[in-house]
Design a protein. Structure first.
Length: 353
């Protein structure tokens, strides 16, 4: 199987995140991708490739162009605004966020002119800092995803893997958060449609619901979104991902959320995934894009499920049953010691090796 990787992700290396009222070492760290890369290189079933550069057009086909412009200049603006701060600044985190209650019954928010306010206008949480290399890494992650997608769309391979970092499924049309800046899977899905596909499915097996992907395709009938994730009543992103969210308009019944209980085991997960696989078969897409998160692993610090490495073999085999061209793009997984073997196990099963 072809695997696409870029070292540009190393430029995005925030030191810490703010969560649960504390500052923690950053879970979404470069070692995640480097450990996956090492596991891929150790297995002769994978061939590593560098990404092609696609430019901004595929990104602005999905994301608000103003968001893209903001991220391109955000770090320089932020540092410039805080030039007189005595302490060195390595990460930028907003302290004020737009909230719908602030302007309820009033005209829409206007984007602030100042760098401090703009950060809270575009970002929606405290776990997604900006730094000098963030935009470069996010742009490269999109190129990784698109290169993997084109290898499948061009019939070069039945399946391909994009080692995307930073991840993407939390990023909506006009915002970023949840460690995500650009929505790699959504951009790839739109690219596949623009390249001739009529119907695309995004299967999201990350522990966290891909709120950004759902929002982007909420009213679309040409992209099916199927997500297995921790129930948002207890799991990030909290405000969406419930099972009664099925899409609207042309997208009605093209959105399927399958929520999981705490300590969900391999068999329970496989049963829920079977529901998703059957829904995908009924939708009959021409290509499947998998948002692969292995933060469902029993020891993952950000999840509460009880999956073993064997579950990833089961998942890969079940997706293989569909017999459809498949692009796998990396999302979460924060047990850095186990992430490599878990990802490789999933991919090997998909490849039938």
């Amino acid at each position: 199987m072809d695997a696409i990787y870029s070292p540009d992700h190393l430029a995005h290396n925030p030191t810490e995140q703010v969560e649960f009222g504390h500052r923690w070492p950053m879970n979404e760290c470069p070692q995640r991708a480097e450990n996956i890369k090492a596991a891929l290189l150790a297995d002769q079933a994978f061939t590593m490739h560098s990404p092609i550069e696609y430019g901004l057009d595929p990104i602005v086909a999905v994301h608000d162009a103003a968001l893209v412009r903001y991220l391109a200049d955000a770090w320089a603006e932020y540092i410039g605004a805080l030039a007189t701060t005595p302490a060195p600044i390595t990460d930028a985190v907003a302290d004020t966020y737009r909230h719908p209650a602030m302007n309820e019954g009033m005209p829409p928010f206007r984007e602030p002119q100042g760098a401090i306010g703009r950060l809270g206008y575009w970002c929606f949480d405290t776990t997604t800092p900006l730094m000098q290399g963030t935009y470069q890494a996010a742009r490269s992650a999109v190129d990784v995803a698109l290169t993997a997608t084109d290898r499948v769309m061009d019939s070069t391979a039945m399946a391909a893997y994009g080692l995307c970092r930073p991840p993407g499924h939390h990023a909506p049309v006009a915002g970023f958060g949840g460690y995500c800046y650009f929505n790699n899977a959504a951009i790839s899905a739109q690219h596949a449609l623009n390249s001739g596909a009529a119907r695309v499915t995004i299967l999201d097996v990350d522990y966290h619901h891909g709120n950004g992907t759902q929002q982007i395709f909420w009213a679309r009938g040409d992209v099916q979104y199927v997500s297995l994730h921790g129930d948002p009543s207890r799991a990030y992103p909290y405000f969406c991902g419930y099972e009664d969210e099925i899409g609207e308009g042309h997208g009605r019944n093209s959105n399927l959320n399958l929520t999981l209980p705490p300590r969900c085991n391999n068999d329970e997960y496989a049963s829920r995934l079977r529901v998703g696989i059957d829904a995908i078969a009924a939708f009959a897409p021409e290509i499947v894009i998998v948002s692969l998160g292995v933060d469902t692993y029993t020891n993952d610090p950000l999840g509460d499920l009880d999956l073993s490495t064997e579950s990833y073999r089961q998942q890969g085999l079940m997706v293989r049953e569909l017999g459809l061209p498949t692009v796998v793009l990396q999302e979460g997984g924060y047990d850095v010691e186990a992430i490599g073997i878990n990802v490789v196990t999933w991919l090997m099963a998909l490849a039938g090796v």
